[in-house]
Design a protein around this ligand. Structure first.
Ligand code: GLY
Length: 561
């Protein structure tokens, strides 16, 4: 709390955008950098680049090292998204999101009366979607990697064998989840045991799984011994994923969502993530307002951002889903005239209530716990990747024979139109469950260009708060001249249309700001005080050196050379 108050004082001095160049406060590296949720993973990614590998090789190593060092969200049993920008300016994205099994049905989480059965989409084996992570890293490696896969996986396997030191935050997390983990996996399961800070946890079965994948390639996970062991485990637990489901899984290259905000060109993730579209809508809706003069986290700036968020999340809930199943009016949703019109019902005197906001009218024919890492290499390639099990430790189902948790990503579908999911997000037909469909995500891995050059790689975990955390981090640099580390550290707030509440990080905003907002009719969430996002980012400084922004809210660390 003290940290936050000191931070608030420092930040309030720098409320207005300044023209002077800002002093970096995060780790500086001259050539290459990884920022991720665990130092072990950042260091392995950096080692790969030191050995001549590029950002894509480092992506594979970092992603899988997080599965070892950060089982809370890093995974083999989940999925994710990656946005990249090559040194030559070419951009693209990879979707390795989980899919619904072939046996999934639209009403699978409803009772006979058509009501959502509490916990069925989060805490049962039916919550598990078909994992995409291994398909994802192999797709990246095949198209963009440069080192042999065996060389990339070697330090990850060694980490699993050597073990990972328990941090204080990890000890606390394991303590709070232990009862649930024991209930599902028994008391002998590796993460059911009691660990104290500085203990070392070894993952020998995960090392074996990774060794088999290193030897046999991608199909080991989707068709080989690993697939057979996984399907047998899932069947025994009552899940519906089959060998056919695994064999049919494919990661997909998709065009990015690209848009301009003032002098920035922003490249982000397309559906089935809502991240890029929502980010584009919010940025475009706030662009006409002079946020820097309003002041960082001032009541007026909060109003403008919240009103844009409210409208973007209302559109999210109605229009967005898996592009392979649903036609979405993406161009219309990002149209400047539409977005200007969308904000026309807002003025600074009074809140617009969410009950008065529905999805917009657009013309078209039809229709916490994730983890992020950013990498820039010595050649100028950049990646931004966010990967998830959905909830902390996913479904909590841990396959001891293989050494990893399974996701509970099925909760990201809309089990019933208008009924909120785990993140309080409501959805509609566009995000209803269907066999082989991908559930809508909020993950927002993002790359920013300035003057045609690479400027930032940024992203965050945090479910529905991902989009607003990425937004505020970019604004903190672009509008308020913060260093990368200051931008990551700065207190954050969040609004997602429904529930109609602004949530603030605890003890970070003054009561005067709350009073001003309440006086204008804003509803403030004073009961719960969650951490909003946990951003990891890299900024390219004018000198060409890199500044890391590693979020102090977790064990996140930057490493580089
Ligand atoms: N599971 C969180 C998300 O994809 O948004």
């Amino acid at each position: 709390m003290k940290k936050f108050i000191v931070l608030l004082c420092i930040l309030s001095i720098g409320c207005k955008a300044q023209n002077t160049s800002v002093q970096p406060t995060g780790l500086i590296a001259n050539k290459a950098m990884v920022v991720s949720a665990r130092e072990e993973a950042s260091k392995i990614g950096v080692e790969i680049m030191k050995n001549g590998g590029n950002a894509f090789d480092a992506m594979v190593a970092t992603e899988l090292a997080l599965a070892v060092a950060y089982p809370y969200a890093g995974n083999l049993g989940g999925g994710g998204f990656m946005v990249y920008r090559k040194a030559n300016g070419e951009t693209g994205t990879l979707d390795y999101r989980e899919k619904a099994p072939l046996a999934a049905t639209k009403d699978m989480f409803l009772d006979k009366e058509g009501n959502v059965i509490a916990g069925k989409s989060t805490k049962t084996p039916l919550a598990i979607g078909i994992p995409g992570t291994i398909a994802g890293v192999f797709a990246v490696h095949k198209k963009l990697g440069s080192l042999p896969m065996k060389e990339i996986l070697k330090p990850v396997i060694e980490l699993a064998e050597r073990g990972v030191i328990v941090t204080q935050k990890q000890e606390e997390r394991l303590n709070s989840y232990r009862e649930e983990l024991i209930k599902i996996n028994g008391s002998n399961s590796v993460l059911s045991k009691v660990y104290k800070e500085n203990d070392i946890i070894k993952y020998p079965t995960l090392a074996n799984t990774l060794r088999r994948i290193s030897k046999n390639g991608r199909d080991e996970f989707y068709k080989g011994e690993t697939a057979k062991t996984l399907v047998a485990y899932l069947k025994e637990k009552g899940a519906i994923i089959t060998m056919e489901d695994l064999a049919k899984y494919e990661a997909k290259w998709r065009d990015p969502i690209t848009f301009k905000y003032k002098d920035l060109n922003i490249i982000s993730m397309a559906p089935p993530s809502s991240g890029g579209i929502c980010l584009a809508q919010i940025f475009k809706m706030i662009e006409p307002y002079d946020l820097s003069n309003m002041g960082h986290n001032s009541a007026a700036a909060i109003q403008v951002i919240v009103e844009a968020e409210r409208r973007a999340y209302a559109d999210r809930s109605f229009f967005l889903g898996d592009p392979d199943f649903v036609k979405m009016p993406l161009k219309a949703l990002m149209d400047e005239t539409y977005l200007k019109q969308r904000m026309s019902s807002f003025n600074l005197d009074k809140a617009t209530l969410s009950s008065d906001i529905k999805e917009g009218k657009v013309n078209y024919n039809e229709s916490m716990e994730t983890t992020h890492y950013s990498i820039i290499d010595q050649f100028g390639n950049a990646i931004s990747a966010t990967t998830t099990l959905n909830a902390g430790y996913g479904s909590k189902y841990y396959c001891d024979a293989l050494g990893f948790f399974l996701n509970n990503e099925m909760d990201d579908f809309s089990a019933k139109a208008g009924v909120p999911n785990m993140f309080g997000l409501v959805g509609n037909e566009a995000n209803s469950i269907a066999p082989e469909k991908r559930m809508l995500s909020s993950m927002t891995p993002t790359i920013v260009e300035k003057n045609g050059k690479l400027f930032m790689s940024v992203g965050s975990p945090g479910g529905s708060t991902i989009i607003t955390s990425v937004l505020q981090t970019i604004l903190n640099v672009a509008e308020y001249n913060f260093s990368m580390q200051q931008a990551v550290n700065a207190p954050r707030f969040h609004h997602q249309w429904l529930p109609d509440l602004i949530t603030f990080e605890p003890n970070t905003f003054d009561t005067k700001t709350f009073e001003t907002l309440k006086g204008k009719g804003y509803l403030i969430n004073e009961k719960t005080t969650p951490v909003i996002g946990k951003v990891d980012a890299i900024l390219v400084l004018p000198s060409g050196a890199l500044e890391g922004g590693a979020d102090f809210r977790g064990d996140d660390k930057a490493a580089g050379f």
